[in-house]
Design a protein around this ligand. Structure first.
Ligand code: GTP
Ligand code: MG
Length: 203
């Protein structure tokens, strides 16, 4: 892991420009490229977005799962949107929200003309479950090349990481071409590699 900033993208301005919830009829008509972040509740989607935009807590995070319940569109530099999606798999969110999560996300993934990539986040300590695998299939079926980000790498000992990566890769059935990006919000480790990938996707 390099500590030298490799990403050329400078963060000049950030704005939470659109918020879309389960009752939002019309999705924002977005003209800029979008990168979306999906994954189980509490995996660290909002924390990753904060790291990417170099802010401590611009996107709201919480130790309690189910924090983000809307799709939040962060305009970066007037150049692109980072889209924070509500997490899946959290049993305690209201029944109505749970029932509408799938259609809301599916409508977004299928309906957004400028969506360039969907990043799938996985907790390094957890074996991917059926929801994660379904999310991966959605991403693939929608025609996107999956980008897999393994979060909270600071939570394991360095020596435990290779086994955890292998288990995630095997459980998801990832092909050798799919690159996995290790990430820790603690010290923003792996941030620049992800930013470089975003640069690459947009160019
Ligand atoms: P929902 O909005 O509920 O779907 O969750 P989320 O995926 O947005 O997770 P969030 O970013 O809110 O992070 C959940 C909790 O995990 C918070 O307490 C974060 O501080 C913590 N967290 C996120 N990333 C990391 C990480 O890399 N390392 C450690 N140690 N904690 C992290
Ligand atoms: Mg969140």
């Amino acid at each position: 892991m390099t500590l030298i900033t490799t990403s050329d993208m400078k963060i000049k301005s950030i704005e939470l420009e659109y918020v879309a919830g389960v009752t939002t009829k019309k999705l924002p008509d977005i003209k800029l490229p979008e990168i979306a972040f999906a994954g189980r509740s509490n995996v660290g989607k909002s924390s990753l977005i904060n790291a990417l935009i170099l802010r401590k807590s611009f996107a709201r995070t919480s130790s309690t799962p189910g924090k983000t319940q809307t799709m939040n569109f962060y305009n970066v530099n007037g150049e692109l949107y980072l889209v924070d999606l509500p997490g899946y798999g959290y049993a305690d969110v209201g029944r109505d929200f749970k029932a509408s999560w799938g259609p809301m996300i599916e409508r977004y993934l299928n309906g957004s003309a400028n969506l360039k990539a969907i990043m799938l986040l996985l907790d390094v300590r957890r074996t991917p479950n059926a929801d994660d695998i379904q999310m991966l299939r959605w991403i693939e079926n929608a025609g996107y090349e999956p980008v897999v980000i393994v979060t909270k790498t600071d939570k394991l000992k360095r020596s435990q990481l290779p086994k955890a990566y292998k288990e995630i890769r095997e459980t998801l059935g990832l092909s050798g071409e799919t690159k996995m990006y290790p990430f820790s919000a603690v010290g923003r480790v792996g941030r620049d590699e992800i930013m470089d990938r975003i640069d690459e996707i947009l160019s």
